[in-house]
Design a protein around this ligand. Sequence first.
Ligand SMILES: NC(=O)c1ccc[n+]([C@@H]2O[C@H](COP(=O)([O-])OP(=O)(O)OC[C@H]3O[C@@H](n4cnc5c(N)ncnc54)[C@H](O)[C@@H]3O)[C@@H](O)[C@H]2O)c1
Ligand SMILES: [Zn+2]
Ligand SMILES: [Zn+2]
Length: 367
Amino acid sequence: MKIRAAVLEEFAKPLVVQEVELADPGPGEVLVRLVACGVCHTDMYTASGVDPSGYAPTVLGHEGAGVVERCGEGVSLVREGDHVVTLFSPQCGECVHCVSPQTNLCLAIREQQNRGYLPDGTTRLSREGEPLRHFMGTSTFAQYTVMPEIALARIDPEAPLDRACLFACGLSTGLGAAMKTAAVTAGSTCVVFGAGMVGLGAVAGCRLQGAERIVCVDLAPERLDLARGQGATDVMVGGADAVQQVLDMTDGFGADYTFEATGSVAVMRQALEAARMGWGLCTVCGVAGRGETLDVVPRLLITGRRICGSSFCGLKGRDDVPALVRRYLDGDIDVDPFISHRIALDDVNRGFELMAAQDGIRSVIEL
Ligand SMILES: NC(=O)c1ccc[n+]([C@@H]2O[C@H](COP(=O)([O-])OP(=O)(O)OC[C@H]3O[C@@H](n4cnc5c(N)ncnc54)[C@H](O)[C@@H]3O)[C@@H](O)[C@H]2O)c1
Ligand SMILES: [Zn+2]
Ligand SMILES: [Zn+2]
């Protein structure tokens, strides 16, 4: 079938929205009619050409939600008409990582997905007979996509898809950082560095875990206002003295849990230094620039601080994403303040411009 999609033709150039060809779903694959898709930093990062693992041409987009249109042979996990959130982090349920409660890094289709192919090593996307690669196994800047069934989370059909799409990446990543990776305990003190989509999600996750004190640190006062709306009890403008300020607020000890959601290695270091001696856990969510390294004073670790990180913040997508969407429907998570702009697929490059200008938290493409 012919579909409209936003193609990254060349790095550091605007995406080109155009008609491309999408083949039928193969065995274990599903055709999804996309309804909404968030614009995330990773899309822009890859488009810029800075991402060392990036490839072009490809159809970008990974924060999608839609409706199952047709199932390929042998598909048993979803049915026609199901509402789904796309997962760049699949869950086969069978590999050594899927059966371990300790990680969400499913191994089933990793290699092919990283290279832009579906599990059988080919693409369903093409243009004039030439294959077009699938980005992150999702390619959701498009009217339709074909994805493996293990990479689709079936959600409650009552959830509006233009909100549910945020659970495909940014919002779930932040929530997961607090709820899964760190598993924040009730009554604790938490500090979240960064109040973008991920940091705000982490603030909400700390609140849902019953943290007593949640400090959010950012450079932008309007983002700190949003953090208060998500449950931050204290806010602070970031900078060189942020660690000292956290120590001053915690009798000189530091916080039980700290989170970094900025992508800056300097802030990652601050987040570790602001973690409490004895048991403070620092969770790194941000993706650093190519070649950057994290500078850690080993004494901080010997005295009981720990540092960890995770992709999609530990969430096992098919199990955990529907549960988070359920909590949204139950009124526990306030999604609307994150959606700052609604745009058409043709305006996808404007979504990148808004993001680069830090104008709002998320642009959602209505497909
Ligand atoms: N681990 C994962 O699976 C995963 C998934 C999605 C995104 N990410 C990464 O998470 C990071 C955050 O993503 P986002 O969408 O929220 O980004 P964002 O740019 O919207 O937010 C980052 C925030 O950090 C703030 N900031 C910058 N410097 C700061 C400082 N010195 N002190 C305090 N705050 C500071 C900015 O003002 C901004 O509000 C990015 O690096 C992104 O690539 C990781
Ligand atoms: Zn993302
Ligand atoms: Zn697996």
